[in-house]
Design a protein around this ligand. Structure first.
Ligand code: NOJ
Ligand code: CA
Length: 704
C-alpha cells in the first residue's frame, strides 16, 4: 500500500469509528453483572444492564429538566472515560455483620453538550457482584452558581412483566401495606385516601423504593437509591404498558421545584440489587457500600440495646400521651388539669425501669413526658407547641434518670416534632444539650402529620436536609437518632452511624388501631425483602397479649412464636419489647427476649421467598452465641435448618420456641412449645410453622 492509500484508509477508519456509537462497558469483579453505556446518534445517553449475559434492564435513557435553562436532553458526546477498581473491607461499628466487603469496578463517563451552552456532565457507574449503581455529577457552568431541577428522568426499562412487591409512591409516608402484582397491574392511585394516615400524598402511578421484583426464572431485582443527601427522594413512575420505570422526584408545592443545588454536585446513587434468589437480596450490602465511610469516628457512646417503653399502652388506649387529656384548643393553657390517664408518670416509669433491669433490657423509652401533647393530632397550628426540655408536672426527669442509671438502664428520650421541623430545629441544641448532661444517648423522633410549612413533603429536598441537620447536630452531643415518620433509609448509617434505626413502614402500632384490623401475616415476609434492604427497622416486636383485649377489631396477626422470631429476622440495633410489663409476667417465652442479641458478628439468611417465609441466623458479637428466627405468612409450612453455620468444636445450649400443633394466628396465637434440644454443627432440624407462625432458637455457648 502506498502512503496516500494508507492515509486514505486510516481516515476511512476514523470516519467510520466516529459514526459508530461509542460503547463503554463495566463488568462486576466476578463477571456476573455488567453495565453498557452509549450515546445515541442524537446525543442521548443510554445504559443497559446484563446479569449472567441476560439483559435485565434494556436501553434506558437519562435526562434532566431545569428551571430557566434548557433541558439536558440529547446533544451530548463522550469526551473521556476512565475506570477504577476498589476492593476493600470496612467495619460496621454496629450492624448485621462486623466486616463488609466492598468490591466493585467503576466507570466514569465525561460528557459534554455539542452545542451551546456546552454543559459538562459526568456519570459514574459501579458494577458489583450483587447489583449496580450509578449517579450523576453536575459540573461548574460559566456564570451560573446553582441549578434548579424540575425533573430528573432516569429510566429503567424492564424486560419482563415481573411479580412486584410494591407500596405506592407516597411523597410523605411509607406506612402502607405491600401489594403483590405484575408491573403491568401496578395501580398506586387506588391506594389514596387512607384514613389511617395523618399525612399521605400519592400524585401519580408511582412506587416507593426499595421496590422488589421476581422474574419467572427466579431472578430478583430491587430498585432503590443510596446516599440521599441534599436532594429530593426518588419514587418510580410506572408505565404499565411499556414496563418502563422513570424516576419521579418528590417535589414541593411551596417552591414549585424538585431540587435546588449549588454547582458542582453529585446526585444520590440509583441502585439495582440483583440476585438469583430472594435470600441473597438480604445479604447484599450494596446500599451501604454506595455510601461514604464513617464521618463520626468512634461512637462507642451508643450501645445497641433492647428496650421497653411507655408506648404500647397509649396505642392500645390504656393511657394517654397528654397530661390534661384534652385536645380542645381552649384548654391549651398552662392551667393543666390532670385526667388521671397520663402514661409518663414518675411512678409508671419506675415500674418499666424495674422490669427492664430484671430482664436484661438496657433501655426505657418514655413517650408523653414533655409538654405540648394537648395540642397534637388534628391541630393545624403546631409551630411552637412542643417543648423538648420541659417535663409535665408528674414526670421527674432528673430523678428518673438517676434511678435508671442506678439500675443499669438508660432512658431513651422522645421528641415528637408533630411535623413542625422549624420548631424542632430551634430547640435542637438545647434539647440535645440536656440529653448530653443527663447521659442519655438516644432519642426516638417523630414527624406525625403534614409538614409545616405547608407544601413540603416528608421526602422532599427541604425535609431531607432537615433530617440530616438533626443527625449532624445530634452527633455533636453524642446522641443517636431513631426516627419515626422518617426520611427513607438509603444507607446513611454508614456515614453517620448515629442514624441507628427508623420506622418508615407500617409498624406494629397499626395492629393496635388500624381500621383494617392490623398487618396481615404476609406483611413482614414482604418487608424483609423490601424495606429491610434499605436499613434497620424500628418495628417494635414482642407483643405477648396478641388478642389485644379491649380492642375488639384489632389484634396482632401472628403467633407468639413469630413475635420472638422477629428479634432475629427484622434487624435493628435497638429492639423493643413493646408489650406491657404485666403481659410478660410469668411467661416462659420471655426468656428468649432476655437472651437474644442485638449486635451481630455475622448474618446468614438460610432461606426465604418474598411474601412467603424467611429464616435468618445471626451470631452475636462478643458472646459468639447464635440466634435463629423464622417467620411465615398465612400459610403453615415446615422449615428445615442445617446447623452447619455453627462454630466447630463449640457446645451450645439450644432452646427452641415454636408454634404448638394447634397454633394459629387467628384463633390460637399464644400456644407455644419451648424445648431444650441438642444441636451441634452438622445437626439438622425440621420445624413446623403454624399459619401466621414462626420460631426462634437460641444457641448459647456452654460454659464449663
Ligand atoms: C407515631 C410513631 O410511629 C409512634 O411510635 C409514636 O408513639 C407516635 N407517633 C407518637 O409520637
Ligand atoms: Ca408511625
Amino acid at each position: 500500500m502506498n502512503k496516500t492509500l494508507t492515509l486514505l484508509f486510516l481516515v476511512g477508519i476514523l470516519i467510520s469509528c466516529t459514526k459508530e456509537p461509542a460503547q463503554l462497558l463495566v463488568t462486576s469483579p466476578n463477571g456476573t453483572n455488567s453495565i453498557d453505556f452509549y450515546v445515541s446518534e442524537d446525543g442521548t445517553p443510554y445504559y443497559f444492564v446484563n446479569n449472567n449475559n441476560k439483559i435485565v434492564i434494556d436501553s434506558s435513557s437519562m435526562n434532566f429538566d431545569f428551571k430557566n435553562q434548557k433541558s439536558l436532553n440529547g446533544n451530548l458526546s463522550i469526551i473521556n472515560s476512565t475506570t477504577n477498581t476498589i476492593d476493600e473491607t470496612w467495619e460496621m461499628p454496629w450492624g448485621e455483620q462486623r466486616e463488609v466487603m466492598n468490591h466493585y469496578n467503576e466507570l466514569k463517563v465525561e460528557l459534554e453538550e455539542t452545542e451551546a451552552p456546552n454543559r459538562k456532565f459526568n456519570i459514574y457507574f459501579r458494577a458489583y457482584d450483587d447489583g449496580v449503581g450509578f449517579r450523576y455529577e453536575f459540573l461548574p457552568q460559566q456564570g451560573i452558581d446553582s441549578i434548579t431541577i424540575m425533573d430528573e428522568n432516569t429510566e429503567f426499562q424492564l424486560t419482563e412483566d415481573y411479580t412486584t412487591f410494591w407500596i405506592p409512591g407516597d411523597w410523605d409516608i411509607y406506612e402502607h401495606l405491600y401489594n403483590t402484582t405484575k408491573v403491568s397491574e401496578i395501580d398506586a392511585i387506588s391506594k389514596r385516601d387512607n384514613a389511617d394516615l395523618a399525612a399521605t400524598y400519592i400524585p401519580e402511578n408511582a412506587v416507593n423504593t426499595p421496590v422488589t421484583m421476581r422474574g419467572a426464572d427466579g431472578l430478583h431485582l430491587s430498585f432503590h437509591e443510596a446516599n440521599l443527601t441534599d436532594y429530593a427522594g426518588m419514587t418510580l413512575k410506572v408505565d404499565n404498558e411499556s414496563l418502563l420505570l422513570t424516576s419521579e422526584l418528590v417535589g414541593s408545592d411551596r417552591t414549585g421545584y424538585k431540587v435546588k443545588k449549588e454547582l458542582p454536585f453529585k446526585t444520590p446513587w440509583r441502585s439495582i440489587q440483583i440476585a438469583d434468589n430472594a435470600s441473597d437480596l438480604i445479604e447484599s450490602n450494596l446500599i451501604v457500600n454506595l455510601n461514604e465511610p464513617n464521618k463520626l469516628g468512634d461512637i462507642s457512646w451508643f450501645e445497641p440495646k433492647k428496650y421497653v417503653g411507655i408506648w404500647w399502652e397509649m396505642h392500645v388506649g390504656k393511657s394517654t400521651w397528654d397530661y390534661a387529656g384534652s385536645q380542645d384548643m381552649n384548654t391549651f393553657t398552662n392551667d393543666l388539669k390532670p385526667t388521671g390517664k397520663h402514661g409518663a408518670t414518675t411512678e409508671n416509669t419506675k415500674r418499666y425501669i424495674d422490669f427492664a433491669a430484671k430482664n436484661n433490657i438496657k433501655g426505657v423509652l418514655v413517650e408523653g413526658w414533655n409538654t405540648g401533647w394537648e395540642h397534637w393530632i388534628g391541630f393545624e397550628d403546631r409551630e411552637g407547641v412542643f417543648d423538648f426540655v420541659t417535663p409535665y408536672p408528674d414526670y421527674n426527669l432528673e430523678e428518673l434518670n438517676r434511678y435508671a442509671k442506678e439500675k443499669g438502664v438508660e432512658i431513651i428520650m422522645h421528641h415528637e416534632t408533630s411535623a413542625a421541623p422549624r420548631t424542632y430545629e430551634q430547640q435542637l441544641d438545647t434539647a440535645y444539650q440536656l440529653m448530653n448532661q443527663l447521659g442519655i444517648h438516644s432519642v426516638k423522633t417523630g414527624y406525625v402529620g403534614k409538614i409545616i410549612p405547608k407544601g413540603e413533603y416528608h421526602h422532599g429536598q427541604w425535609m431531607v436536609n432537615h433530617y440530616r441537620k438533626v443527625l449532624e447536630t445530634a452527633a455533636k452531643y453524642n446522641v443517636a437518632i431513631n426516627a419515626h415518620e422518617p426520611i427513607k433509609a438509603t444507607g446513611i448509617r454508614r456515614t453517620y452511624p448515629n442514624a441507628i434505626a427508623r420506622e418508615g413502614l407500617r409498624g406494629q402500632e397499626f395492629n393496635a388501631w388500624s381500621a383494617d384490623g392490623g398487618n396481615p401475616p404476609e406483611h413482614l415476609p414482604i418487608v424483609a425483602f423490601t424495606r429491610m434492604l434499605a436499613g434497620p427497622i424500628d418495628f417494635t416486636p414482642g407483643v405477648f397479649d396478641i388478642d389485644i383485649p379491649g380492642k375488639e377489631n384489632n389484634s396482632v396477626n401472628t403467633t407468639l412464636a413469630q413475635q420472638l422470631a422477629l428479634y432475629v429476622v427484622i434487624y435493628s440495633p435497638v429492639q423493643m419489647a413493646c408489650d406491657l410489663p404485666e403481659n410478660y409476667e410469668g411467661q416462659p417465652a420471655l426468656q428468649f427476649i432476655r437472651d437474644v442479641g442485638v449486635d451481630w458478628e455475622e448474618t446468614n439468611v438460610l432461606n426465604g421467598e418474598v411474601g412467603d417465609y424467611v429464616t435468618i441466623a445471626r451470631k452475636e458479637r462478643e458472646t459468639g452465641n447464635w440466634f435463629v428466627g423464622g417467620i411465615t405468612d398465612e400459610n403453615a409450612r415446615e422449615i428445615t435448618i442445617d446447623f452447619d453455620f455453627l462454630d466447630d468444636g463449640v457446645d451450645y445450649e439450644a432452646i427452641v420456641y415454636k408454634d404448638a400443633e394447634d397454633s394459629h394466628y387467628k384463633n390460637n396465637p399464644t400456644a407455644i412449645n419451648i424445648e431444650e434440644i441438642d444441636i451441634s454443627p452438622g445437626s439438622s432440624l425440621t420445624i413446623p410453622l403454624a399459619e401466621g407462625g414462626g420460631f426462634a432458637i437460641s444457641l448459647m455457648k456452654k460454659h464449663d
